[in-house]
Design a protein around this ligand. Sequence first.
Ligand code: AMP
Length: 287
Amino acid sequence: MRIISSIDEMIETARGWLTGGTVGFIPTMGLLHRGHLSLIQAARNECEISVVSIFVNPLQFSSEEEFKKYPRNITQDLMFLRQVNVDVVFLPRAEDLCPPATSTYITLIGALADRWGGKHNPHYIRGIATIMTKLFHLVRPDIVYFGQKDAQQIAVAYQVVRDLNIDIQLRILPIVRESDGLAMSSRNSLLSPLERQAALMLYQALLKGKALIERGERDSQLIEQAMIQHVQSNPLVVLDYAVVCDPESFEKLPAVKSGTLLIIAAQIGAVRLIDNIVWQSDGQWLM
Ligand code: AMP
């Protein structure tokens, strides 16, 4: 396994990819878990070369404090990546990838940028769009793997790739969950046992929405109400949003149709958690 920290070395290495075969790329912020593993395994199955980046992106946090408190364990991550036979790990340094003199950013406009995660934290969408674009340029992958967990990030990735004519394919994999349904997340490690219990409310609320849709309910407001009521029954969970929206534009949908996203975000203690499920156009659930 090759570990690359220098931007120049990454560029040099990526120049040589063409002779090696297809390159599968998994961008991450580290503290790797089974959710990340599912993306790595998909890349290893489908591509000749697998590249994982670990970069806690300072541009996407709402404050310096939030950025500092993001959990990290690079030693453990490298052991994990070695075990699963990743070819290249890219660990760019923040001062190289986002030097203080930077004045060029990727900014999206419209609901996708202003709503939900983008409303909660005005830096979020610009931060992820800018860093993913830089990583795409540096790593030059053929296929990039994302988890459904970060639904708004996926919509941003599709938009950026389309708008900037970036020649890569995106693959989206389902959310990997703990046995009780909690979506795996590096942030879960920051939850106390009581908060960990409360965190389950997010998935349960989504299941309430799903059950209503399966019973034929199409009124988004009623579905949102059911999700909100469920979450509000636990005082440890401070709800940010629970909405029925379009998976591409992230506009709120007044009525459920095939191809609908149910998203939820809440603060539990010091930890912000997100989750979602999708009712796909084929009638199947991605969850
Ligand atoms: P992160 O390290 O949290 O920035 O996530 C890196 C990638 O892993 C993103 O594409 C996430 O959507 C994906 N990911 C994170 N958690 C999960 C999960 N529980 N299941 C599937 N993919 C995940």
